[in-house]
Design a protein around this ligand. Structure first.
Ligand code: NAD
Ligand code: DAU
Length: 353
């Protein structure tokens, strides 16, 4: 496979994956397909946008005809599908958008792949890799249980319900049409270029601006955090060496109660800003809980490590220090994203060419 279509490549994880693939595989043609919703920011890819093995195409995954045309134009042989609506709070306010993009958009990607690959002689040598989330498994109690690849699906939010549905469609294409597919379900990612609506970048930005830190409920909910570049490396490994038809859980064995993570963020950010330790603790503001807030997520990534030898590269404290440093050194990126100026980048850099 040489012509690889990555969807959602202007988003948080997608931009890290595109950079990783473009730099690591100069002989591949990496086509980044993204609709540039509020979450898509092409300036995330400034450093590789002129590489000869990189192309950007603006398209909506729900637009089947356009997607099929892109498959034909670039003779796509492999897909890594990340494009999605990804924020749980937004899914509670607007579930339709999540069903549309995550379910119908994934279906349109699968159908375009099936049509194009059948016209090119079949599924041999093709791959459709679907990037999903641990949230499809629902919520764990405060015990030592972990989500494995055989955990039951039990999604609780419109976001996780839409991702669960998309996972089922991908598996249906494997069983019904013999399409070679792979799936991975990953835990919470953190790192640079994450839209500041998600916990970590939102709180770093608020500490930086002395704004309140809205902690949902009692702050006792647990998440399992993974550095985004480790997720990108895992996707690369699974795409190349994982077994067709299989699912791999990805996670860092790194569980944190929200309130403990928030205190760590305050400590690291205050220190980096030269403020006395504990200054920003007064910004903590307990607010009404998220509706249906899942208690605990925790991934068992043993299959990935045993079968493919993957392990996370960074200790969490080190990753958080790197991440805080990045957001503080890239205050302009944060300001552009929060003001909306980032959306002009596509017009300025691409449409004028
Ligand atoms: P993100 O919201 O940062 O980026 C999503 C990208 O998809 C954006 O660039 C956006 O413009 C694009 N997009 C949205 N709708 C589109 C459409 N209709 N057509 C084409 N492009 C569209 O998301 P993220 O956090 O980078 O997540 C990427 C994927 O990884 C998602 O599928 C998500 O479910 C999954 N995931 C995320 C995490 C996490 O912690 N962020 C963890 C596990 C899995
Ligand atoms: O587990 C993987 C999932 O992780 C991904 O599939 C999702 O795309 C991604 O958004 C993330 O979902 P979460 O809901 O866990 O992430 P979020 O950053 O929104 O919230 C993390 C935790 O922090 C969660 O328990 C809710 C809490 N929180 C969040 C925000 C934004 C707060 O207490 N206050 C906040 O303002």
């Amino acid at each position: 496979m040489k012509n690889i279509l990555i969807t959602g490549g202007a988003g948080f994880i997608g931009s890290h994956l595109v950079r990783h693939m473009v730099n690591k595989y100069p002989s591949y043609n990496i086509i980044n397909l993204d609709a540039l919703t509020y979450a898509g920011n092409l300036s995330n890819l400034r450093d590789i946008e002129n590489n000869p093995n990189y192309r950007f195409v603006k398209a909506d995954i729900c637009d089947y005809e356009k997607i099929l045309d892109i498959f034909r134009t670039f003779n796509i042989q492999g897909v890594i599908h990340l494009a999605a609506e990804s924020h749980v709070d937004r899914s509670i306010k607007d579930p339709f958008a999540f069903a549309m993009t995550n379910v119908m958009g994934t279906l349109s990607m699968l159908e375009a792949a099936r049509t194009h690959w059948n016209a090119k002689g079949g599924m041999e040598g093709k791959m459709f890799y679907h990037v999903s989330t641990d949230e499809v498994y629902g919520s764990l109690e405060f015990d030592d249980s972990l989500f494995t690849e055989s955990s039951n699906y039990d999604p609780h939010s419109p976001y996780s319900a839409s991702k669960a549905s998309s996972d089922h469609f991908v598996r249906a294409y494997f069983h019904t049409y013999g399409m070679p597919v792979k799936l991975s379900n990953c835990s919470n990612n953190y790192g640079s270029y994450q839209f500041p609506e998600k916990l970590i970048p939102l709180f770093i930005n608020n500490i930086r601006n002395n704004r309140p830190l809205p902690v949902y409920g009692n702050g006792e909910n647990v998440r399992d955090w993974l550095y985004v570049e480790d997720h990108a490396a895992a996707i690369d490994l699974i795409f190349h060496r994982g077994k067709a038809g299989d699912t791999y859980n990805i996670g860092g064995f790194n569980e944190w109660k929200n309130i403990d993570l928030i205190k760590l963020l305050i400590k690291v950010t205050d220190k980096a800003l030269g403020r006395p330790e504990g200054t920003s603790l007064s910004l903590i503001n307990y607010v009404t809980d998220r509706a249906g807030h899942d208690l605990r997520y925790a991934i068992d990534a043993a299959k990935l490590s045993k079968e493919l030898g993957w392990k996370p590269s960074l200790q969490f404290e080190e990753g958080i220090e790197k991440t805080v440093k990045w957001y503080l050194e890239n205050g302009e990126w944060l300001d552009n994203v929060t003001s909306g100026d980032y959306q002009k980048y596509y017009e300025e850099m691409y449409l004028k060419r």
